[in-house]
Each structure stands twice: as C-alpha cells, then as structure tokens.
Design a protein around this ligand. Structure first.
Ligand SMILES: [Zn+2]
Length: 440
C-alpha cells in the first residue's frame, strides 16, 4: 500500500495533472537517448524463437516450401546483417560477398566446436537475453536447458489419417502436410505405439499422454502453426461426430475436407481444453510469413475469436504469436480477456524500427500488460542464422520501444517511471508471469 501511495505522488508530480499533447516536444530525442541505455539493461525473456543451426531440421515441425518471396529485410543484401555479424562475431568486412561470407561461416563453425552447449548462451549473454523459448520439433542437446525452454508443436494430432488429399491442395501443403505425418509418428514412437489406436477414446488418451510427457520433459507450452495448413475458424462439433470420422478413417481411406475438418475442430478444442487442465499455455501462430499460398482470409487472427472469447476456455492461456500481423492494431483488442496475450515476434523483423515504434506505441497505449517480446529467431541460411535474427529482433524492439516511450513521455501520457515499468513488462515480466515460476 505504501508503495502505491509513493507511486501516486510521483506520477502526480511528474505529470502535474496536464492534458496529454498530440505532438512530442523538442525533448523527445533527449528522452530517447536517456531511455535506451536503461532499456538495454533490462534482461529479456524471449517468448518465441527457433534457436538452432542451419543444418538442424528440428528447428520447426514444418519447413519452408521452395520459392516464396523474400521480404526486403530478410534478403542477403540487407546491410543490417553486416552490423549484426560485426557486433556478434567481430566480422572484419563491410560487405557479405561470397568470399567474405565464408569468413563468417568458418568463424561460426569454429565457435560451434569450441563452445559446444555455450554457443547459443554466448549469443544470449551478448544481447542480454536471460532466457528464451525454443519452439522446436524436439529439443537439441547443444542448447543449454538453463537458458532455453521448450515449446513443442501440437498440430500433428489433427492430421492422423491418409493426408493425400490434404497435401494435394497446393505446392506449400505438399511440403507441410507430410511433415505433420512425420511429427505424429515421432509422438507415437515416444509413447510406444506403432499404429493408430482402434478407438477414439484411446486416441485422445494418447494425445493427453504426449502432452503430459512433453511437460515432464520440460515443455512450458504447446504451439500451433495450423494457420499454414487450414482455416483458423474452428466449428464446435460433438464428440460423437468426431468419433464417427475417426472410426471411419483410422484404419485407412481418404477423408474428404468437410469430414476431416469435423475431426480437426473437435481435436483442436480437446487440445486447448487439456492446455487449461494441465496449465500448458497455447501458443498460436497468427501471421502470414512463408510460402506463396498462405490464405490471408482463412488465416486471419479474427477467425479465432469464437475460441478466444469462449468462457469455456477461460482456464487456458492463449499467446497470439506474431500479434496477428498485419492486423496487429486491431488484434490488440482480443486481449480484453484476461487469458489472452499478444507476442510481437516476427513483427520487429518484418517492420523496420520506425514502423515498429508506431505499433508498440499503440499496443502500450491499449493493454501494456498483455504484450510480450519475442524474436522469432530462425536459421534462414548459413549467413543469416538464428544468431543474426536474435540480434535484429532485439535491436529493433529496444530502439522502437525507447522511441515509443519517449513520445509517450514527451506527450504527457505517462511518467518516465511508468514508461520503464512498461518496458520491463514487455521485455520480461508479462511473459514470465504466465508460467508460474517455471521460467525467469
Ligand atoms: Zn516462429
């Protein structure tokens, strides 16, 4: 209570009951310069990333289809990548020509050998990331479990039947869907079964056992990237309806799309309900990123609204990964429910700091306690590795955050103390609070 009174006095003192202004004052650059070093000192919790080496296929449960348009900032000629290589590895050149890039590839290989499990922890130390999510098919023994916490993929439970028809929809699905089959077989192997159970009850028991065992192995959440494979609109079929489909196709036969969807919609709801019971938060990918055939209208975050705002799932914590980008400004309104959070990963790699500043400002002005930081670091190729994408995500978010808060302070919206509290929330505290002491 005493703290609250002190806080109140301080706020009153700084803001002096003034009306917020529509334009920042001439002090905004100065405030930015003052905030940035303080923000850099805040230890980060990275809520979403795929740490790993380029040659490790377990960094995701799916893979990028060939082709696809590369975003401007993800192209090899992005000059920021040179800055990243200099900052992280002491890269001595000013371009990434193939001969020079070889220096970087060799340097990383040498460090990978000499540093072993400390290799990625060293990157974290350099960037002041205390701990981070490893959203991977399986964990890697080269990631230090003290620094990396596992989030596994739960989509494959929705694709247990003959997927021939599903994979034939377009060239993207031809890559994605067989990998779901592969992931499911790995879970079956983990649970010691070599074919689908004959009845639906036993199938659901296998699903639950996998979730529980993954949790015992240290997983803190389950992740869905289902928006790449089908619509995010889930109907509400009965158990009997799902069971009928299971009985018909578990031993063979190719289900048509409407039947498959009934089974998937029921199974998805089963998984998120289990997520509530087991305190295993649900991470859902909500943005277009890779491939040529991502369906923008079906993958739109607002298709999830009937699930997110259904009081039956109030015990399940949802983290909307990538903040619904490019609909992030509307998506923040989904966080009205207490169990819903938005994660900014990927957005700060797609957007440059100036655009990210505007997004963060709007989020901070709406629900500052419901937003979390993530990098979506990923080993794109041998030069643009997870290492460089960690750097890009952290640098962009810190500078955009400092700029957003500097404007908010200068415009008389918040005090400097409140602003730094918001910064700690976004970069660390908001996400850490979700996991009840399992992360720090
Ligand atoms: Zn990701």
């Amino acid at each position: 209570m005493r703290f609250r009174i002190l806080f109140f006095i301080c706020v009153v003192h700084t803001l002096a009951f003034s009306q917020a202004r529509p334009l920042p004052g001439p002090d905004v650059a100065q405030i930015y310069q003052r905030l940035l070093p303080q923000i850099e000192k805040i230890p980060i919790f990275d809520h979403h990333a795929h740490p790993g080496f380029y040659d490790d296929s377990d960094v995701d449960a799916m893979a990028a289809p060939p082709g696809g348009s590369a975003l401007l900032r993800e192209r090899d000629d992005n000059p920021e990548l040179i800055a990243a290589a200099k900052a992280l590895f002491g890269y001595p050149y000013d371009d990434l020509s193939p001969e020079h890039a070889k220096w970087l590839i060799n340097k990383k290989a040498e460090l990978r050998k000499s540093r072993g499990q400390a290799y990625f922890s060293d990157i974290f130390d350099q960037l002041n990331i205390e701990q981070g999510v490893a959203n991977r098919a399986m964990m890697a023994d080269y990631l230090d479990p003290k620094r990396f916490v596992w989030v596994f993929f739960a989509d494959s439970f929705m694709w247990p039947f003959n997927n021939q028809h599903e994979a034939a929809r377009n060239p993207d699905e031809a890559v994605y869907i067989p990998l779901q089959g592969k992931m499911l077989r790995r879970w079956m192997q983990q649970e010691g079964i070599n074919k689908l159970p004959a009845n639906f009850n036993d199938y659901l028991a296998f699903v639950t056992r996998t979730l529980e065992d993954n949790q015992k192995k240290g997983a803190i959440a389950q992740k869905f990237e289902v928006a790449y494979f089908r619509s995010l609109k889930f109907s509400d079929p009965s158990r009997e309806q799902a069971e009928t489909v299971y009985r018909k196709y578990s031993a063979g036969g190719i289900p048509g799309e409407p039947e498959y969807r009934i089974f998937q919609d029921y199974t998805f709801r089963y998984l998120i309900r289990e997520g509530g019971r087991l305190h295993l938060p649900v991470h859902i990918h909500t943005a277009a990123v890779i491939g040529d055939y991502f369906n923008m209208s079906e993958g739109n975050i607002f298709n999830l609204e009937n699930i997110l705002h259904d009081p039956r799932y109030l015990n399940t914590t949802f983290v909307l990964i990538h903040g619904g980008y490019p609909y992030e400004r509307q998506a923040i309104w989904l966080a009205t429910a207490k169990n819903i959070y938005l994660d900014s990963s990927l957005m700060e790699v797609v957007m440059y700091p100036s655009a990210m500043k505007d997004t963060l400002k709007q989020w901070l002005e709406t629900f500052p306690d419901k937003i979390t930081f993530g990098t979506d670091a990923f080993p794109y190729n041998e030069t643009l590795g997870a290492e460089e994408s960690y750097w890009l995500g952290v640098q962009t978010s810190r500078t955009a955050l400092a700029a957003a808060l500097a404007e908010m302070i200068s415009e008389g919206e918040v005090s400097e103390m409140q602003a730094l509290q918001m910064a700690r929330g976004y970069l660390h505290d908001n996400a850490v609070a979700i996991y009840g002491g399992k992360v720090h």
